[in-house]
Design a protein around this ligand. Structure first.
Ligand code: AP5
Length: 223
């Protein structure tokens, strides 16, 4: 399965991608996570990318494409992937299509999670992420058992720097200007399914599996 998850910041792309990995037998490939790792490791690319991420702007295409191409070339992602946060604009979508074409492959589906801005602000302000394993929580919707501590690995939970209110406003503006046009782009290609992103995470997962024709996978996992 070669799937793209689209949606505004905080729509639940990362949450769903992680949940779907085992059911679709495909790894999550998250451009934001790849960039944050490069920033943490202080690579030249990471240092350059951070200047844009801190402002909530898009990182220049050539930097992101380098990371994504490297990741898609790894054996697990050659078989399939769940892209989360990429592509982010029409030129990135066109490059992705060219890269896949080079392997004789195509995208199977693009699923857009539709979530209104007011809900996004609530989701982002309550998000906490594990510094160690990347597990995600929400202070109200999905709190950790012990405040500030990851249920999975006992790592420290932190709030992303780009989740500050002003930066979130900028990220929403960038989404409206650069990323939303992808809905039309993929709609024209007949690949798009828009789904309601409001509801319990298990219910949203079932909606995604339904549009992928994988309802059986939902029943098997029982989520
Ligand atoms: P990135 O990391 O991709 O961030 P984003 O797209 O803004 O998305 P988020 O990670 O904020 O949200 P999400 O949709 O994954 O939601 P989540 O599941 O976490 O990008 C960060 C930056 O990197 C960009 O601003 C840009 O600078 C750069 N970048 C990345 N990719 C790029 C690219 N391709 N080109 C150029 N630049 C790029 O959920 C959010 C919260 O809600 C969590 O707390 C979660 O627990 C909760 N939640 C999830 N689902 C539900 C639900 N159903 N009900 C209630 N709460 C829920």
């Amino acid at each position: 399965m070669r799937l793209v998850l689209l949606g505004p910041p905080g729509a639940g792309k990362g949450t769903q991608a992680r949940m779907l990995e085992s059911k679709l037998d495909a790894p999550q490939v998250a451009s934001g996570d790849l960039l944050r790792t490069a920033v943490k490791n202080r690579t030249a690319l990471g240092v350059e990318a951070q200047r844009y991420m801190d402002k909530g702007a898009l990182v220049p295409d050539e930097l992101v494409l380098k990371l994504i191409e490297e990741r898609l070339n790894q054996p697990d992602a050659r078989v399939g992937f769940i892209l989360d946060g990429f592509p982010r604009n029409v030129p990135q979508a066109e490059t992705l299509a060219r890269v896949l074409d080079g392997y004789g492959k195509k995208l199977d589906k693009v699923v857009a999670l539709m979530v209104p801005d007011a809900e996004i602000v609530k989701r982002i302000s309550g998000r906490r992420t594990c510094r160690n394993c990347g597990a995600m929580y929400h202070l109200i919707y999905d709190p950790p058992r012990n405040p500030g501590v990851c249920n999975e690995c006992r790592g420290e939970l932190y709030q992303r720097e780009d989740d500050a209110e002003e930066t979130v406003r900028m990220r929403l503006k960038v989404y409206a200007e650069s990323t939303r046009p992808l809905l039309e782009h993929y709609g024209r290609l007949g690949l798009l399914a828009e789904i309601d992103g409001i509801g319990a995470t298990g219910e949203i997962e079932r909606r995604i599996l339904r549009v992928l024709g994988r309802d059986g996978a939902a029943a098997k996992g029982g989520s």
